[in-house]
Design a protein around this ligand. Structure first.
Ligand code: FDA
Length: 517
């Protein structure tokens, strides 16, 4: 436990007094390390960051009302203790629950109301809702109203929408952030702003510029999308012996150009072949088609006959059933979407790339060699197709710049199960070697990355304890242009305007030009 108990007690006292003066009952809102629930609340989906940053939160604050957050901001300023904002807690580097310096967590899980206006096809979603809760509420209202956001139901709306939010429907409907039409944000002065009062610069920044930097997002208003009553899914797996390499090579020529209603995401793992007993690549072509199987089959036959798709590979279902299918919860009751427990607990490292030219066959074979290395069999590679609606936005329309010209995005996901620094270093070094190999095939100048797949290897800003809020523009630019390309400087300008003292910060937040203490 990094900070002294006095810091914890001091913060507790400040917060208690502040909350009581605003008539909030504090007993069920604040958790210190002495509370039995503290350890459960701080649990994250990925244990690795806790090992990287030894500081644990002085306390965890779980407000039920928006105005209660103001008290935490006030005490944070008064005592010089950093605030971390947490919605779903799925940050790849754990920055919502871990830090280099003493901090407290504002955990927004209790702000999770979803209000749907089916007639105008919009919804207000509070940030503490998970994607699963949002999808579940939508399904109660209608079979044809849906939303375009991520696959894992326990991911939080707050962090996910702030950084983009790629979906199985992004080729048809864009990112979650592309569909935001209004928001409620609390700024560093504790004022609550909506789109009109925050102005278009801040409204632009919070739709893809990443969480943390610009204030506490309280809720987003989004445009819902309309889906057919019946969609079709399939998950066809091919191994190296079944031409996986050639299929992947061919897929790159159609992934971003095929009908927008079709999205084939590929998940690859190194496995032992049941027939040869040797290592092979299993590539799963996981697909959503926004329509019926009778329309899908001719399309596949014309555009991707090599896959050899047949009717029995496909299942027709409702959109909400497809949500369960892609979350690997097929045939489970719908209410499982309300479960907020994150997936299995392990050590995880993620990275990302964007691919603009097809990777040649020998390049793919080099990837397989890495994946077959004995210690790294828990590696999963994902290729997610772009094109379609993703191309209809210019690079600067939102802070998320990865638009036209990208064929697909790669996610590198590496899991391991043994604790310890040496063990971690072994896996991380492997990942870095693999990433270096991929430089030939990835986007260049700069090599781009997806901010929601946060990667501290790209660079990190040094933070200071107490009331010294300064961070370096030069340090931040190194990773900033990778996530945001030419939008980085505009994000810095917005930050300078809305939070010049850099109150909202973490190791990869947007810095103001000059941070005064
Ligand atoms: P968390 O609460 O950790 O927040 C992430 C960041 O945003 C932190 O820096 C946090 O401080 C900040 N933040 C959180 N709430 C805020 C608020 N209200 N106001 C301001 N800042 C706030 N992505 C994708 O595009 N498509 C996908 O399909 C998936 N799938 C997926 C599966 C799994 C298992 C994981 C772990 C992750 C994904 N992701 C993903 C990545 C995901 O989009 C990313 O990790 C999000 O930032 C997670 O948002 P949370 O609110 O859960 O995280």
């Amino acid at each position: 436990f990094g900070a002294s108990s006095t810091d914890s007690a001091g913060f507790l006292e400040c917060l208690t007094v502040e909350l009581q003066s605003s008539n909030s009952a504090t007993s069920h809102l604040i958790y210190t390390p002495n509370n039995s629930s503290y350890a459960t609340l701080i649990q994250v989906e990925n244990q690795r960051p806790a090992a990287t940053f030894p500081e644990k939160p002085l306390l965890i604050f779980t407000p039920f009302y928006e105005h209660e957050i103001r008290s935490a901001i006030h005490c944070s300023k008064k005592l010089g203790v950093e605030i971390r904002l947490r919605s779903g807690g799925h940050d790849y580097e754990g920055l919502s629950s871990a830090s280099q310096v003493p901090f407290m967590v504002v955990d927004l899980r209790n702000l999770r109301t979803v209000t749907i206006a089916a007639d105008e096809k919009t919804a207000w979603v509070q940030v503490g809702a998970t994607l699963g809760q949002f999808y579940h509420t939508l399904a109660q209202k209608s079979r044809t109203l849906a939303f375009t956001a991520g696959v894992c139901p326990t991911v939080g709306v707050g962090g996910h929408f702030s950084g983009g939010g790629y979906s199985m429907m992004s080729r048809k409907h864009g990112l979650a952030a592309d569909n935001i039409v209004d928001a409620r944000v609390m700024n560093a002065d504790g004022r609550i702003l909506n789109r009109r009062s925050m102005g278009e610069d801040l409204f632009w920044a919070i739709r893809g510029g990443g969480g943390t930097s610009f204030g506490v997002v309280l809720a987003f208003k989004v445009n819902l999308v309309t889906v057919p009553e019946t969609v079709t899914v399939f998950n066809v797996t091919r191994t190296s012996e079944q031409n996986a390499t050639q299929l992947l090579h061919r897929w790159q020529y159609i992934a971003d150009k095929i009908d927008d209603n079709l999205s084939t995401r590929i998940f690859m793992k190194s496995v032992t072949s049941p027939t040869t007993g040797k290592r092979t690549i299993a590539a799963s072509f996981t697909t959503l088609y926004l329509g019926g199987v009778q329309d899908l089959l001719p399309l596949m036959k014309e555009q991707f006959p090599e896959l050899g798709l047949v009717e029995k590979d496909c299942t027709e279902m409702s959109w909400i059933e497809s949500v369960l299918f892609f979350a690997r919860l097929h045939n489970k009751p719908l209410d499982i979407l309300l479960d907020t427990t994150p997936p299995t607990r392990q050590f995880y490292k993620g990275k990302s790339d964007f691919v603009q030219e097809p990777i040649p066959v020998d390049g793919l074979q080099g990837i397989w060699r890495f994946m077959h290395e004995e210690d790294e069999l828990n590696m999963e590679l994902q290729f997610s197709p772009y094109g379609g609606k993703m191309n209809s936005f210019s690079e600067s329309e939102t802070p998320f710049p990865h638009r036209s010209g990208n064929i697909f995005m790669i996610e590198y996901g590496l899991y391991w199960y043994l604790p310890g620094k040496e063990e971690a270093e072994k896996h991380l070094n492997w990942m870095r070697r693999f990433y270096a190999y991929m430089a030939t095939y990835a986007s260049k100048s700069p090599r781009q990355a997806y901010t929601n797949y946060r990667d501290l290897d790209l660079g990190m800003t040094s933070l200071h304890s107490g009331n010294n809020n300064s961070t370096s523009y030069e340090q931040a630019r190194v990773w900033g242009v990778k996530y945001f390309a030419n939008n980085f400087d505009r994000l810095v300008r917005v930050k300078t305007m809305v939070d010049p003292t850099n109150f909202f910060r973490n190791e990869q937040s947007i810095p103001p030009y000059v941070a005064s203490a």
